[in-house]
Each structure stands twice: as structure tokens, then as C-alpha cells.
Design a protein around this ligand. Structure first.
Ligand code: 8LE
Length: 474
């Protein structure tokens, strides 16, 4: 039975008939303006709840002169200050272990996840049972839209530890009634076993990162197995740009002969899959009744018009333990107005999330997103599977070098022309001059999780030039 309440309550026995396209037809297809009115009302409830239960939000909004009762419309909501990840981290450090934005008594926290925190203090996610259930129900619903059904076997092929991504997929598949296979990723030698188990267990749906899918295809081919013969029907992704980046998407569909779906927002924002594709096409829908997404101007944090580029700001509408209210992502996307033609009346991000504001770099005045380089380089015939983007500053100008692995079947004599061709494509499409250096296949490490391809040597240079020279007067 279809529900939409605050606090969220779900009928755990509900499941649509197999042939039904929508899990919750009304919530998914109502006119967007009507939904917006309901969302404005829901936001008031969520804000009042956070005000009553979270010193973090009360303090923050007090300082901004905002009280939940003053937020009557979505236009008012734009004035609510954004939350930055650093604020959450600092608040948790001062209010161990879950921060003063935890809205339930600590003993109600029944699941702990966290950021992987390779740099800085990791952030803990404390999840109450109610939220765990609403996350499961929400993920099941979005996965249903991807065509996943109880007859599917869903492989979770990303790390099953702190990383929320894996658990959202796991709990969603379970709620949907599918068979779940929590295989994980990241343990040495695991990929070859993954390939074998996919076959043996009749896995039909894969979840992981796009980089890992490409890695898995390489491993399968090394073992003499055609990835297309693994029998995957659908693959859904989160964690990094890829599933909506044309070349990466085409590589994955070509290799596995499977439908590809993009999804994902941020781990703080579970259900992270509220941005999920619905048809087998690039791009993601913003499931606004689960998490209200605003694509905003990065400076003023006001919504940009449909058609424009900005950074997503997220508000959870179903989280009771650690609600996120206007969490700033610093990602980059472009959004389009809802259209009933897409089958769901949600705003649409046609190219998904294609970058991060802090990963963007400027070479000779041109702003460049690493994913745009990936898109071009990976389209080159004879691409060997990995590359690195190296930004340096040799004189006063930034220079860009792209080291690209080539397929060993590619004749060495043809490599200079091959590199020149990629370099021309980069100049034509991105407007940047780049030196392309062919390197042998397997020069670079593969990842089972999220790719890190940019090496910014300018940072090093900045640090060196900031240090006083030995013996110099200060
Ligand atoms: C482009 C969403 C989740 C749980 O899979 C995840 O990766 O969360 P996490 O580890 O907090 O990382 C969030 C960041 O990953 C986002 O800010 C964005 O930069 C990137 N990201 C996640 N999903 C996508 C993505 N970038 N497309 C995606 N589908």
C-alpha cells in the first residue's frame, strides 16, 4: 500500500505486482507542482523535528535568524544555510560519537556506517531502526524502477564495511524480495573469484562502481571468459561518474551486454539512491519525495534555473536519526525540468553527476572536469584500460599531460599518431592543449572501488615554493 507520512512508516508486506512499472505510482507520477507543495509541508515538519531534537540545527538556524515556522514555501527554504561536511565532522568531534545532529537517543542507533575517511577524521553514521527500514524501502523502490524483480540475484560488489553504498544496495535488494549476494570487493585476488561466482550463482544484477565493472571485465578476459557470457542482465552503479559518461557507459554495455543504470548521491544522504535512473538511459532522476535535491549556484546556494549547471544540495525527507537539511555536495551537474514523458515527474540530471568542484582544474583559462577527459581518452580505439591526468606548472603556465595505456595489439610505430589523435580530440572538444603520452598496458593500478586518476603536481610546487630556501633570510 502506498504511503507518504512523517515520520515515515512503511507497510513491509507491500510489493507491487511484477508487471507494474511503479512501486508507488502516485508519489512517482503526480504533477511536479503538486508534489512540491507537499514537499514544502514535509520540509516544515522535518525542520521542526530537527529544531526540537538537534542542537546542531537549532544553533545554526538561530545564528541565521531562521525558525522552522518562517519556512513556508520552497522559496523560503532557499534561505536556509547549507550544511558543509566539515561542519558535521567538527560537530562529531565535539559531540562524540554521533554529533549533536543525532535526533534520537543514542541507544536507538542500531547500525553504524561511516565515511571511509582516508584523509581527516571519518564521520560516523548512526542509523536508527526506523531509518534503516525507510532506507530499505526507498532503495527497493528505486531498484524496482530499474527493472529489478524478486526473481533476480543481486551481487553487491563493493566493500561491505563502512561504505553505505553497499548496504543500501543490500538492504534494498532484500526488501524487494530479490536474492542478495553480498560478495564485497577490495580483498586481494577477489576479482577472479567474483567472475567465477557470478557464473556459478546465476547472478543477474551487478552493483558496484563503474571502475570496478571495467576491472572485472579485464579480469574475466584474462581468464579467457567473455564478460558478455557472464549472464548479467542489469548493472547499477554509484560512487563516481561513469554510468552516465557516454564512453564509459558504452564500454560497460558493450563488454557485458547488460542494461546500465546510474544512481547515487552521498553517503550522508541515505537513501543515496534517490538519484536513480529509471529507463535504461544515461542520467538520473531526483526522487524528490525521498530526498529533496536542489541544484544550486555554488556561491549563493540558491537554485539555478532548469537547464543550468550547479551543485546539488540535499535534504532528506525520511531520515529521523541524522536528518540532513541542505547538505552541500560540491559536486557538479546540470538539471532539467520534470517531464511526464520520462514516466516519473522528477527533475532529471541528463549527464548524471559529472564532477566535483574541488576536482575541477583550470588549464590556460579553460575549466576542465576530469570526467570529460576520461570520456575522450577511453573512446580512443586501442585504449589499454587505464590512464592518468597529470597537471604541472613548469613555467608560469599550467600544463596537462595525459598518460594513456595502449592495447599491446596496437603497433608501436603507430603510437605517435595515436597520441596526436587523442590530443587533437582533447583540443577540439575541451579547448585545452594536452600532451598525450602512450604507456604500456598495466602501467597503472586498477581499482576495485573509486578511481583516482588526477595527479596535481602544482600542489607539490606550491608547497615547495612556500617553504623558505635553506639559509635564506625570512
Ligand atoms: C557521479 C552514493 C554512495 C554511497 O555510493 C557514495 O559514493 O557515497 P560517498 O562515499 O559519500 O561519496 C559521495 C561522492 O561520490 C559524491 O559527492 C560524488 O562526488 C560521488 N558520487 C557518488 N555517486 C555518484 C558520484 N559521482 N555519479 C554518481 N552516480
Amino acid at each position: 500500500m502506498e504511503q507518504w507520512t512523517w515520520p515515515p512508516r512503511y507497510d513491509e508486506t507491500y510489493r507491487p505486482p511484477e508487471g507494474q512499472t511503479h512501486w508507488f505510482p502516485r508519489r512517482e507520477t503526480m504533477p511536479a507542482e503538486q508534489r512540491d507543495e507537499l514537499i514544502a509541508a514535509r520540509i516544515r515538519e522535518v525542520m521542526a523535528y530537527a529544531w526540537d531534537n538537534a542542537p546542531f540545527y537549532r544553533r545554526k538556524w538561530d545564528e541565521a535568524g531562521i525558525h522552522p515556522s518562517s519556512v513556508r514555501t520552497l522559496a523560503d527554504f532557499e534561505k536556509v544555510p547549507v550544511v558543509r561536511k566539515e561542519e558535521l565532522r567538527a560537530d562529531q568531534a565535539a559531540n562524540e560519537p554521533f554529533g549533536s545532529y543525532l535526533c534520537v537517543p543514542p541507544d536507538q542507533v542500531k547500525h553504524i556506517n561511516g565515511t571511509s575517511g582516508t584523509t581527516g577524521r571519518p564521520t560516523a553514521f548512526g542509523i536508527a531502526e526506523r531509518d534503516w527500514r525507510s532506507v530499505a524501502n526507498a532503495h527497493a523502490r528505486v531498484m524496482w524502477a530499474m527493472g529489478i524483480r524478486p526473481s533476480d540475484t543481486v551481487l553487491v560488489a563493493s566493500p561491505l564495511s563502512l561504505y553505505w553504498g553497499s548496504w543500501g544496495a543490500y538492504t534494498g535488494a532484500e526488501r524487494l524480495g530479490a536474492r542478495v549476494f553480498p560478495f564485497g570487493a577490495g580483498t586481494p585476488g577477489q576479482s577472479a573469484r567474483t567472475v567465477r561466482w557470478i557464473r556459478q550463482m546465476g547472478v543477474s544484477v551487478f552493483y558496484g562502481t563503474p571502475s570496478y565493472a571495467l576491472r572485472l571485465a579485464e579480469v574475466a578476459e584474462d581468464e579467457g571468459i567473455d564478460p558478455a557470457s557472464l549472464g548479467l542482465r542489469a548493472m547499477f552503479f554509484s560512487g563516481e561518474p561513469g554510468a552516465s559518461i557516454p564512453t564509459i557507459r558504452a564500454r560497460i554495455t558493450g563488454l557485458f551486454q547488460a542494461e546500465v543504470y546510474d544512481s547515487g548521491s552521498m553517503a550522508e544522504v541515505a537513501p543515496w539512491m534517490h538519484l536513480g535512473a529509471a529507463a535504461n538511459e544515461p542520467g538520473v532522476l531526483c526522487w524528490q519525495d525521498l530526498v529533496y535535491t536542489e541544484v544550486c549556484d555554488p556561491a549563493g546556494h540558491r537554485r539555478v534555473p532548469y537547464g543550468a549547471e550547479g551543485t546539488p544540495v540535499y535534504t532528506t525527507l525520511e531520515r529521523t536519526s541524522q536528518p540532513m537539511i541542505r547538505l552541500l555536495s560540491n559536486d557538479v551537474t546540470r538539471w532539467e525540468a520534470p517531464s511526464a514523458e520520462r514516466g516519473r515527474t522528477y527533475p532529471f540530471l541528463p549527464r548524471g553527476i559529472y564532477g566535483r568542484l574541488d576536482d575541477m582544474f583550470t588549464v590556460r583559462g579553460e575549466n576542465v572536469q576530469p570526467s570529460a577527459i576520461d570520456d575522450i581518452v577511453m573512446a580512443a580505439p586501442g585504449y589499454g584500460g587505464e590512464h592518468r591526468i597529470v597537471i604541472s606548472r613548469e613555467t608560469a603556465m599550467d600544463t596537462l599531460v595525459v598518460q594513456v595505456e595502449y592495447d599491446p595489439r596496437h603497433p608501436e610505430a603507430a603510437l605517435p599518431d595515436w597520441a596526436a589523435h587523442i590530443s587533437d580530440r582533447l583540443r577540439t572538444v575541451l579547448g585545452v592543449g594536452a600532451r598525450v603520452v602512450p604507456v604500456r598496458q598495466h602501467t597503472f593500478d586498477r581499482t576495485e572501488f573509486k578511481a583516482r586518476r588526477v595527479i596535481d603536481n602544482r600542489e607539490l610546487l606550491r608547497r615547495i615554493s612556500a617553504e623558505p630556501l635553506p639559509g635564506s633570510a625570512r
